[in-house]
Design a protein. Structure first.
Length: 455
């Protein structure tokens, strides 16, 4: 499972995602029990390589396929699944909401359609999109719609979620998202700026991660974060750290990323820390530390508690994890873990696929997701860790007059990096896949248009 880091925070925490027109659920949830997933008759996967994002859920989808379910996918990479697909759309990231909107439109008029749907579904549905709509309508309540990690990190995540909810309104299908790592637990604990524990209202709340980077602070406290690797807008993050007057870093590792760290506070890794994880059903699963922390390292929560005490802040009186757990109880009834979108933000200028710019497809490979797996040489040598390069299909490479093995410059705004070009037919036209989480790609930045120039 991928780590939360700053990857989805950059886009998911847009103001529009939490306005009166878009009410987020208590925490990101699957929308059904795990067992119900393998009983589905139709499943639509949106922005996910579920086989790698959530392997155990991927196995449930495979079981549903073996039972005769129609599995469909809308992605920006042609992933290799271990189950058959009844239909797939592989398009540039900017096109994902348009494809999904046309699937909604193909279903005909439904109850309470979100305002703004027509702007996204201005083109007539394709045959594939009509077939997807028909499969979901036929399955009805036995259909599942799942937004994955690439969808969560998409600039138009709130629109993708609203469109998925529109399908649910027309079919009765179940709808949910694949929470990253322990992000469900993070939401429940109030680790988002607009809410306190268990969804308590905190008014305007604080700044979210991307605003803290784009509007640099004088000081930063980094909690288990390596900004160049854990933030999608890695260049912005690195610049913010460099310009800060003071940076304190809590880490289980000897950091060597070149970024400033005025103070390094040793914290215990997850294996040396007791805690609670929350799965996509909302079930809490507690774990006990395997061994005591080494040397002067301490569990993260204890370090934060002491800092809070030194700053005379309220709410830092906990003496044990049991004190924390007593405050965190919630209703795990899946039917109550719902959300509602009444209005879709309208699209901006669409990319037309002309010229020499292409859209970046970006993800974090399975073994680049956190400081632990990044430091495992054996995992870095597996096929799940692709070479840090620029990947595009042969048609797009021909348009740009480059061939497999060429050395190219990739430019995004003021950023530029040099990479090898690898021809990969999984990447859609008008796109280039440049993975995140690598030192070689860290200075490029996040999502957007890329200019490819042969060296």
């Amino acid at each position: 499972m991928r780590s939360l880091g700053c990857h989805n925070v950059d886009h998911r925490l847009r103001q529009s995602d939490f306005s009166d027109d878009d009410i987020a659920p208590l925490f990101p949830a699957l929308g059904s029990s795990i067992e119900q997933l393998e009983q589905a008759k139709a499943i639509l996967l949106i922005g996910t390589n579920i086989r790698k994002d959530q392997p155990l859920l991927g196995l449930r989808v495979r079981k549903a396929h073996l039972r005769g379910a129609r599995i469909m996918a809308i992605n920006s990479m042609d992933y290799s699944f271990h189950f058959g697909l009844a239909g797939k759309a592989v398009v540039a990231p900017e096109q994902l909401p348009y494809v999904l909107a046309r699937v909604v439109a193909a279903m005909g008029d439904g109850s309470d359609p979100p305002q703004g749907l027509r702007a996204w579904a201005s083109d007539a549905p394709t045959q594939l999109e009509r077939e997807m709509a028909e499969y979901l309508k036929q399955a009805g309540e036995d259909a599942h719609i799942i937004l994955g990690l690439s969808a969560i990190a998409h600039p138009w995540f709130s629109v993708l979620r609203g469109l998925a909810q529109a399908i649910r309104a027309r079919t009765g299908a179940r709808f949910g998202v694949l929470p990253e790592a322990n992000s469900a637990g993070g939401w429940l604990a109030g680790c988002v700026p607009h809410r306190g524990p268990i969804g308590q209202d905190v008014g305007d709340g604080g700044m979210h991660a991307v605003d803290m980077l784009r509007d640099p602070r004088e000081a930063y406290l980094l909690v288990g974060v390596e900004p160049e690797y854990d933030c999608l807008e890695s260049r912005v993050a690195a610049d913010a750290m460099t310009s800060a007057e003071f940076v304190a870093r809590m880490t289980a590792f000897d950091i060597e990323d070149g970024l400033p760290g005025d103070v390094l506070l040793p914290i215990a890794p997850f294996s040396e820390t007791s805690g609670t994880y929350v799965n996509c059903e909302g079930r809490a699963q507690s774990a006990t530390a395997v061994v005591p922390p080494k040397g002067e390292a301490r569990p993260l929560w204890k370090v934060l508690r002491v800092i809070g005490n030194l700053l005379d802040q309220p709410g830092f009186e906990y003496m044990s994890l049991d004190d924390v757990r007593r405050e965190l109880t919630w209703d795990t009834d899946i039917s109550k873990l719902d959300s509602a979108t009444r209005r879709l933000n309208e699209p901006g200028t669409r990319a037309n696929g002309k010229g020499i710019d292409v859209e970046r497809v970006v993800d974090v490979p399975l073994y680049k997701i956190d400081p632990y797996v990044r430091r495992a040489p054996a995992l870095q040598a597996t096929r799940d860790t692709p070479v840090a390069a620029a990947y595009m299909n042969s048609e797009q490479a021909s348009k740009l007059a480059v061939v497999n093995g060429d050395r190219i410059h990739a430019h995004m705004g003021e950023s530029s990096i040099e990479l090898d070009l690898i021809v990969d037919e999984r990447v859609p036209t008008h796109s280039v896949y440049i993975p995140s989480g690598y030192q070689e790609t860290a200075s490029l930045g996040g999502v957007g248009m890329v200019r490819i120039v042969k060296v």
